[in-house]
Design a protein around this ligand. Sequence first.
Ligand code: SF4
Ligand code: SF4
Length: 332
Amino acid sequence: MISIWKNLNKLRWFVLLLVFTLLVLLPYFHVYQNFTSAHAYDLLADSEKEIYDIMEWITSPFVSDPARDLNALKGTTWSGTLFGLKLSDPLAFLAHIASTQSFYWALFVSTLIPIGLTMLLGRFYCGWICPGGLIYDLADKLAEWIKRAGVPLRRNRKFDLRLKYIVLLVGILISAFTSWVALSTIYPPAIVGREIYYYVTTGALGAGTGFFVFTLLFDLLVARHGFCRYVCPGGGVYALLGKYRLFRIQRKVEPCNDCGKCNKACMFVLDPMRDGFGIECNNCTACIAACPEDALVFVRGIKDCADQGPGHAGPIYMKKIAEEKSTPKEIG
Ligand code: SF4
Ligand code: SF4
């Protein structure tokens, strides 16, 4: 069972890359869908014919009528359709309620699967799905290489983790007073999906790219995964929804040797080495993959266990036991 947990991090990278690849392919699918609906191949420019031919080659094994069948895949991670299943980010639902002051049942129903999964798995969206999260994770690897090359990067500034709830509240109030879905302009997964779409369909990038680069620099130069931890309004929604998640990681104290590799691997700067997971843990499993003693496992339970102290295979605990053994016991 443990080897399954250890491999989950590889699966996570695969899922992140798959989501990102789909986000890149979807606009091309829709450009191709428009071309086929227009029945105008001969009128296309050479560059458009190239897109048409490549998309036809990719989709022909799965799709018989592109104008109809490609409707099964639409949208972005903000709100979209995946093989007919409508899925929306809970933040999209909140932002739309605030901006329109109306309740959309269809939109609400499309959030039920993400909400249900978050109640089971916590902020898993941030670690497993978010296309912005993928880029931040890659930036984290880049930062490690830069540090190894001898360039000092201080990414350890601390802010109040509740800042993201203030951002969320302010964004909702702005929507309520202006009918503008302000949060989608600073929400990385919405930005990434929208900018890719923009680029494919117009050949240009919007202001969102500039904002996203700013968040990347914040991560690289100020605080590790700082935007996700301190600012992201969607991260705030997912953290709250996942507070009492049913599946969480726990440390087995007996095999733990206090090596600290789990803490180093945790991009959310949590403290798995001393049982500090909490509301922010996104169940990314990077700590499990890093643990040489297989001391981190998934358990069922709505709360983390309290700090269990030093690992029993580590030097602090062993020294304590040796001291206890060498201390003569009082008689009587
Ligand atoms: S504690 Fe582990 S699972 Fe949670 S965010 Fe950190 S590395 Fe990921
Ligand atoms: S849980 Fe694993 S990685 Fe973390 S300190 Fe213990 S042995 Fe090391």
